[in-house]
Design a protein around this ligand. Structure first.
Ligand SMILES: Nc1nc2c(c(=O)[nH]1)N[C@H]1C(S)=C(S)[C@@H](COP(=O)(O)O)O[C@H]1N2
Ligand SMILES: [Mo]
Length: 258
């Protein structure tokens, strides 16, 4: 594919492969020695798929400086979930909140905010582009989704991560809660993080407290706020309206690349 319509760039390929290797397997002997993880993340076919995917376009979304940060980042969509369970969690500062990670994984887990904060973190200053036509630059700190996937050990059939959110989109009706999904290629991209901080302080409720997804190469609606559960699935046809997200079910594109 990319090799046919793009000039060969062996140097870049070598660097990218090395970067991938260190992202996926480096710095974690426990992982490298884990046959299940090797089977999933370390398999030659998955690795080459990732390399080809990232070579097909710019691997990283642009990152900005502190001076570029938008003073008043716009809030959009839900800014205070109409959900009793969420409001109770928020009232106690999310001390009782836990993220559930389950579905097609060998080790389903629940993580508190403290658990997530204890994991390796990434900070990035990026531009958020909403499909409505506005953009804001913000600084996000959180745990790379790849870190969590390594811990839960996705099964071979897993292809997508589905993010289940706390906020109903229609009159407090729990059947209309926001959800989103990305494929596992996007999920292990280094800039795909679960952010618990925005601009250096705890993520505000308006922007998705206590945890929101950042998928920096796609449009804003992919970046699920108020994430309560991450479910790994083979396909998302049986979830919600079957199109992979709340807005996708209203007709938006599932792949929202910028
Ligand atoms: N749970 C949830 N996530 C969501 C939304 C929402 O309404 N609910 N809106 C999406 C849209 S369209 C955008 S542009 C961004 C807005 O994020 P912000 O409030 O931090 O600007 O969140 C996205 N994620
Ligand atoms: Mo948006």
């Amino acid at each position: 594919m990319a090799s046919d319509d793009k000039p060969r760039a062996p140097g870049r390929r070598a660097v990218t492969t090395a970067a991938l290797g260190s992202l996926l397997l480096g710095g974690c002997d426990r992982l490298a020695g884990n046959p299940k993880v090797q089977g999933w993340l370390g398999s030659a076919s998955r690795l080459s798929l990732l390399v080809q995917h990232w070579l097909a376009g710019d691997a990283l979304a642009p990152e900005y400086t502190e001076a570029d940060i938008t003073r008043s980042f716009k809030g959009n969509g839900t800014q205070d979930p109409d959900d009793d369970e969420y409001q109770a969690l928020a009232a106690s500062g999310f001390a009782e909140w836990k993220l559930l990670v389950d579905g097609l994984v060998a080790r389903p887990v629940q993580y508190s905010l403290a658990d997530l904060r204890a994991m390796p973190a990434r900070t990035q200053i990026t531009r958020h582009d909403c499909v409505e036509g506005w953009s804001c630059i913000g600084k996000w700190t959180g745990v790379p989704l790849a870190e969590i996937l390594q811990r839960v050990e996705p099964k071979g059939a897993a292809r997508f991560a589905v993010f289940h959110c706390a906020d109903p989109m229609e009159n407090g009706n729990p059947a209309t809660k926001y959800y989103e999904s990305i494929d596992l290629i996007e999920a292990v991209h280094p800039q795909t993080i679960l952010a618990y901080e925005m601009n250096g302080t705890a993520l505000p409720v308006a922007h998705g407290a206590p945890l929101r997804l950042r998928v920096e190469r796609q449009l804003g609606y992919k970046m699920a706020k108020y994430v309560m559960r991450i479910e790994l699935v083979e396909d998302f046809r049986s979830i919600g309206g079957g199109n992979g997200g709340y807005w996708e079910d209203q007709g938006y594109a599932w792949y929202a690349g910028i």
